[in-house]
Ligand binder design. Structure first.
Ligand code: SF4
Length: 254
């Protein structure tokens, strides 16, 4: 893994994600190396995705700025990827950030719980853990290096117990594999809200598409056939209605 240390001019960048005004990426690139990750399409470097991580060494100094609107940490990396345990860059960014800023964190790692004492200093903070029920064969194929589901669910519970608002980002939804209903049933007692995102098949890359088609042809068929997808989406909406939980959005990438 190549670590590239860099000084940058600005940390807060304008976001095009609906409902998010700013994004903060103190790291660019990600050691979790999810096979379907579409951040690689946004960042575009010659070296293969996840063979490098860029570290913005002066990010804590730049974090002091006061910005208006919701900030997402992070959009093209995971703020709690393995290197963070040692570098504590995300922790420093949080320490120095203007606490009036409205912060939304998204990670796949329970390491975020380490920073609860700093997160409590923000009047407006919400912490999301990505959950998708990938285990066994699917986990090996799709995201072999990420923390296991149980650890992420426990992190959501720990955040709730510490009084930090949280959300479960159910992503990527792959029909027949991601069990949306089971995830919600298991977490609804300690999760504030949900956001659902289907697999972005177009941006997942040729290799991932081929693997999915070969290994899970039925899931692939639902994602690529308009009628099958529409009926599957309807079934998910029925589940959400039945379970009566707060859902902030469903991204289908269609
Ligand atoms: S954790 Fe997120 S940013 Fe990192 S590789 Fe996976 S999908 Fe991409």
């Amino acid at each position: 893994m190549k670590i590239i240390k860099r000084k940058v001019k600005t940390l807060y960048t304008r976001s095009r994600i609906p409902g998010i005004e700013w994004s903060v990426n103190q790291y660019v690139g990600c050691q979790f190396a999810c096979k379907y990750c579409y951040a690689k399409e946004i960042v575009r470097r010659e070296e293969p995705w996840s063979s490098w991580v860029e570290v913005k060494v002066n990010a804590p100094d730049l974090a002091r700025k006061r910005v208006k609107g919701t900030i997402l940490m992070s959009s093209v990396s995971d703020p709690y990827q393995p290197i963070e345990a040692k570098l504590k860059l995300t922790r420093s960014v949080l320490r120095f950030m203007d606490k009036r800023n409205e912060l939304m964190i998204l990670t796949k790692s329970p390491l975020v719980v380490r920073d609860v004492s700093i997160l409590k200093l923000f009047p407006t903070v919400e912490v999301g853990l990505t959950v998708n029920s990938f285990e066994g064969k699917e986990k090996k194929l799709f995201e072999p290096l990420t923390p296991i589901q149980r650890a992420r669910i426990n992190a959501l519970k720990a955040l709730h117990e510490e009084g930090i608002k949280n959300y479960a980002f159910i992503s990527p939804i792959i029909p027949g594999i991601t069990d949306v209903e089971a995830i919600i049933r298991e977490t609804r007692d300690f999760v504030n809200w949900y956001f659902l995102e289907f697999l972005n098949l177009k941006k997942a890359g040729e290799e991932f598409r081929k693997n999915l088609e070969e290994e899970f042809p039925e899931s692939y068929a639902v994602l690529t056939d308009y009628d099958k997808f529409t009926s599957y989406l309807r079934s998910i909406k029925d589940v959400l209605k039945r379970l009566n939980v707060r859902v902030e959005g469903i991204e289908t990438h269609k």
